[in-house]
Design a protein around this ligand. Structure first.
Ligand SMILES: [Zn+2]
Length: 385
């Protein structure tokens, strides 16, 4: 088994073209990781996910520790045979979802105790337990356990939360069992305060990780603040390690973050949107519920290689959505994941060619064409109309 590593292959401004090596294969960066919360990327087989071009998926520690349980997954040989995904898997630490989903959370220096959102049963997550669960799941990339600082937070609240996460990061590092081909990432916190982002990044690089995530963003701070925080953090992250922006995001946010030196992304947007009739295309965002697609014989995105675009019309996809047929979400998810993977491939190509600025400008210009239709998804729906 080869070791865990990162190679920087090309640069274009702050943007980076790289390759992450794990024991289960390589990941070309910038990379997008589809989210497979409960050991499944919703509405897709792993073969479908692989066909989109994805090289790594993300699974959620919080969900899997509750159901089916980390020890049970370990008994069955780990996540890879369990879910039939032989490639690399990244697991989150459970911290973010404990904060957003569980009831009766209590945070102490030791960790977090909480009640399951499923059955009210009581559980505890500490840095040591989170790292052990991720080992039992057999994650190729393990995330340090952190507290996702609530937003908004005062400077004092953010500092207290960030420093707790840094002490938990040191405990995560100590609990991580080194194995060839496996890596551990630390997570920069510090809310919207540049001095805290700097302090957090320096704390983590002092501890030493195989990769560095930027956490606590895309929580409501807005795109401009997010970009500023990436710019603030990036200079303090080592160039020879991958950088991962957690939970981001919209295609335009990904382009902006790649331009600012981020290598890895994850987000539920392409899969969740696929189940709510939203499609990301080269001209913007479409709502397939919209009546204007009802008699459109053309493809969703004429430039897309996915089966939804090659074999079906907008009219048929609209019909599937209106009749709530399960094939609708399946095809739209497949399309959205393909769109995201093709976006990443185009970004990698542009960095290699040294044309990222031109690509980003062209991307923004083309997205304008259908920019307004996304708003239709918030409009009240009258079934049958
Ligand atoms: Zn498509």
């Amino acid at each position: 088994m080869s070791g865990f590593g990162f190679a920087l292959l090309a640069r274009d401004g702050a943007a980076r073209r790289g390759r992450v090596t794990t024991g289960r294969g390589t990941i070309e960066t910038p990379a997008f990781m589809p989210v497979g919360t409960a050991a499944t990327v919703k509405a897709q087989t792993p073969e479908d996910v692989r066909a989109t071009g994805a090289e790594i998926v993300l699974c959620n520690t919080y969900h899997l520790m509750l159901r089916p349980g980390a020890e049970r997954v370990a008994k069955l040989g780990g996540l890879h045979p369990f879910m039939n995904w032989p490639g690399p898997i990244l697991t989150d630490s459970g911290g973010f979802q404990v904060m957003s989903l569980a009831a009766l959370r209590k945070i102490t220096e030791e960790g977090v105790t909480f009640q399951s959102h499923l059955d009210g049963s009581r559980h505890a997550l500490t840095p040591e337990r989170s790292i052990d669960i991720q080992r039992l799941l057999d994650a190729d990339i393990t995330m340090a356990f952190d507290e996702c600082t609530p937003f908004p937070a005062t400077e004092a609240e953010a500092a207290q939360s960030m420093r707790l996460s840094m002490r938990w990061a040191a405990r995560s590092r100590a609990a991580f069992v080194e194995r060839p081909g496996y890596g551990l990432f630390g997570i920069v916190q510090g809310s919207v305060y540049p001095a805290q982002r700097e302090e957090s990044a320096k704390s983590l690089t002092g501890i030493g990780f195989d990769g560095y995530a930027v956490g606590g963003l895309a929580v409501g701070e807005g795109a401009e603040t997010m970009k500023k925080m990436i710019e603030t953090t990036e200079p303090f992250l080592p160039a020879d390690r991958p950088r991962y922006l957690m939970g981001v995001g919209k295609p335009g946010d990904i382009v902006a973050a790649v331009t600012r030196g981020i290598d890895m992304f994850d987000c539920v947007l392409p899969t969740r949107s696929g189940r709510t009739a939203q499609a990301f295309v080269r001209t913007g965002t479409l709502n397939l519920r919209n009546a204007r697609h009802a008699e459109d014989p053309g493809p969703l995105d004429p430039e897309c290689r996915c089966p939804a675009c090659r074999n079906y019309s907008r009219a048929y996809l609209h019909h599937l959505i209106r009749t709530e047929e399960i094939l609708g979400p399946m095809l739209l998810t497949r399309h959205n994941l393909t769109y995201y993977q093709d976006l990443m491939a185009e970004l990698r190509g542009a960095i290699e060619a040294g044309t990222l600025a031109v690509y980003a400008a062209d991307f923004a210009r083309r997205q304008q064409a259908d920019a307004t239709e996304a708003d239709a998804t918030t409009a009240p729906e009258r079934p049958g109309v």
